[in-house]
Design a protein. Structure first.
Lengths: 276, 361
């Protein structure tokens, strides 16, 4: 869990590196309209199956909501997609050609799969502007970073994102001085700075006021189409306000998928949430 | 934030101006006032000041990795000692046939061990430029290999501290061995000249003080610039939330490695300036205690400020000079007590008392 896993998992059927099929290309290929393929993904921690043969497909530009009771595997699923956790089996492809299981966290982030954490994780000591600058898609090598200068295009980009997340007036404030809701927005802004293809948004409205929740819903809705977004959220009213398609996870696999109404009327979902 | 960094910036400038004043005024006074005058600094004082400068530089390099990147390296003295050995080897070769045994090539300890020729790794050290290069390359390479292995495997926190401590301890044991060819437990000493000038002469002492001072100023300004770049912001972000930085697409291990190697090279430079001023380098410089002391300097002065490390290094070493002269037995107790008190009551170190704004970052 703390990142001490081996970089690549050794497959029993292909014990040598040279036998593993080379990746066809590093170019994102979404000609079939699907941006994320998770097939038969299983993860277990000390015998507990956090994910159990999970299959999930995300379309290009889709806004998908993931719901499910605690322990259903929502956060583990995000960990697998972003490279934090290696699955025991299964495959995770970004487009048709990029195998995310062959990549580590920075590589996955640079490829365009970006994540907002459950707990707002902004850099408190840096200003809002600097947080966005740090996240910006650019050469992220050490030497390039040392000699990095902001171009006017990049300044425009930061200004644009500041406007999108409604924090223009706070640009030079330390992120630590922001309210909880503003930190959540800043983190969404940091995702946008990375020009993501896929945004994984873990509990964006936890701890927000009603007003803030409405603004967040507006923000996410305005982003769909441009990015594929997966939102994990417990707040059902919020999910209802943004969701086109909802996936319900239960005990590490997909229980059902459909519109919010279909899902809420599914007897299996009711049983999972309410118990027998 | 801005007010805070401004005051820190100003305090740093004051400290560095003081360093510059010492660097310029001491040689100036000695040039103007004759020997014996109250304003003529003794050889002892000049060397002492020069030594403090090298310690301040060493503290500064630790503050870079610890204060800004959160790498609590407890073996930082190893890089200092390696830089010292590199210049020590040059100084040994400079002795030539003036040694006790009068061998034109072999240093005395090799003659004593009945060695017939110079080991291959001593070749080239008769050239000053080569030795100067090694002062940076040897510590830098060790830091690179060690850091590459440790940071790539994501060894952090107390585990990293322990293995850095083990590293310097292992080096100390190795350098104690006569077979290593570095003079065993006596180390390298009895230096006669540097670049042809008598090493004990006043001019050389003053020059070494000036070079140490200028190195400290240069290193400070360079470090302050680095911290202000985007790389500096990435590095502090790594200190505060390492995994988050990784998910932004940065290879955290490369940033740590970059800073660690940079700091090790500067620490090597500090060691190389230290050795000609004290006239000896031996394996005790590798002792884990020395490395711990550097941590104490930085913690006392105030970490994550750069100038705090300078203040801490000078104050602690001045205290050490005075107390080990007067009451040698209480020095370690005093140091320990100061460390405990500062850690408990002044988490931002002594400079935290002067610079307002309670919140560090």
């Amino acid at each position: 869990m703390n990142g001490s896993e081996p970089q690549t998992d050794q497959r029993q059927d292909k014990p040598f590196g040279f036998m593993v099929q080379p990746r066809a290309s590093n170019r994102l290929d979404v000609t079939h309209g699907t941006i994320l393929y998770l097939e038969d993904v299983s993860v277990s921690f000390d015998g507990f199956k956090a994910l159990n043969g999970l299959c999930l497909y995300i379309d290009v530009g889709e806004l998908r909501c993931l719901i499910g009771p605690n322990g259903a595997g929502k956060t583990t699923l995000m960990d697998v997609i972003t490279g934090k956790t290696r699955p025991d089996s299964g495959s995770v492809f970004f487009g048709q050609t990029i195998d995310l299981l062959q990549m580590d966290e920075p590589a996955i982030a640079q490829a365009g799969v970006c994540r907002k954490f459950q707990k707002p994780s902004v850099f408190d000591g840096l200003t809002v502007f600097e947080n966005l600058e740090l996240a910006m898609k650019t050469d992220k090598g050490a030497w390039a970073t040392l000699f990095h200068r902001l171009g006017s295009e990049q300044l425009d980009r930061i200004a644009e994102v500041l406007q999108t997340i409604g924090l223009q007036e706070y640009a030079s404030r330390p992120a630590g001085a922001l309210s909880h809701g503003q930190k959540q927005w800043l983190e969404i802004g940091m995702l946008l700075m990375q020009e993501p293809k896929v945004m994984l948004v873990d509990e964006p409205v936890a701890g927000m006021t009603h007003h803030e929740i409405d603004r967040t819903a507006e923000l996410l809705l305005s982003l769909q189409g441009k990015h594929s977004i997966i939102v994990v959220e417990h707040d059902m009213a919020f999910v209802r306000s943004i969701a086109r398609k909802v996936t319900v996870l239960h005990e590490g696999s997909v229980l059902t998928e459909g519109t919010m109404d279909e899902v809420q009327n599914d007897p299996r979902v009711i049983q999972v949430y309410l118990g027998d | 934030m801005n007010g805070h960094s401004f005051t820190n910036h100003k305090a740093g400038s004051v400290v560095i101006a003081l360093v510059a004043a010492v660097t310029v005024l001491v040689p100036l006074c000695n040039a103007v006032f004759p020997d014996g005058s109250a304003l003529h600094f003794s050889a002892y004082t000049v060397s002492l000041l020069g030594k403090y400068m090298t310690f301040a530089l060493l503290g500064l390099t630790l503050d870079l990795v610890w204060g800004y990147c959160g790498i609590l390296a407890l073996g930082h003295g190893a890089f200092f000692a390696l830089g010292g050995y590199a210049i020590g080897m040059y100084l040994m070769r400079q002795i030539g046939n003036r040694g006790v045994y009068g061998d034109p090539v072999l240093p005395d300890f090799m003659v004593f061990l009945n060695w017939k020729e110079l080991p291959w790794y001593w070749l080239g050290f008769d050239q000053f430029w080569f030795a100067s290069l090694m002062v940076l390359i040897v510590p830098g390479s060790l830091a690179f290999v060690f850091g590459w292995l440790a940071f790539r495997s994501r060894v952090t926190g107390v585990y990293l501290s322990i293995i850095t401590q083990a590293l310097t301890y292992a080096l100390m044991l190795a350098f104690f061995r006569n077979e290593m060819g570095f003079g065993g437990n006596n180390g390298l000493t009895d230096f006669k000249s540097i670049l042809g000038f008598t090493i004990q002469s006043e001019a050389v002492r003053l020059a070494l003080l000036m070079i140490s001072g200028l190195s400290l100023i240069g290193a400070f300004l360079l470090s302050r610039w680095i911290i202000k770049t985007k790389l500096g912001r990435v590095v502090t972000a790594v200190r505060d939330q390492e995994s988050r930085v990784r998910f932004l697409g940065y290879r955290v291990e490369m940033f740590k490695l970059w800073l660690f190697v940079f700091a090790a090279m500067l620490a090597g430079l500090a060691g190389a300036l230290y050795v000609p001023q004290v006239g000896i380098i031996n394996p005790s410089e590798f002792s884990p205690l020395n490395s711990l002391e550097i941590v104490v300097w930085v913690a006392l002065g105030g970490r994550g400020t750069l100038y705090g490390a300078i203040v801490g290094a000078v104050l602690v070493n001045y205290g050490k000079t005075v107390l080990t002269g007067l009451l040698p037995e209480i020095w370690l107790f005093t140091l320990g007590a100061a460390f405990v008190l500062v850690t408990m009551f002044l988490p931002r170190g002594l400079v935290g008392l002067l610079v307002r704004d309670g919140k560090e970052s």
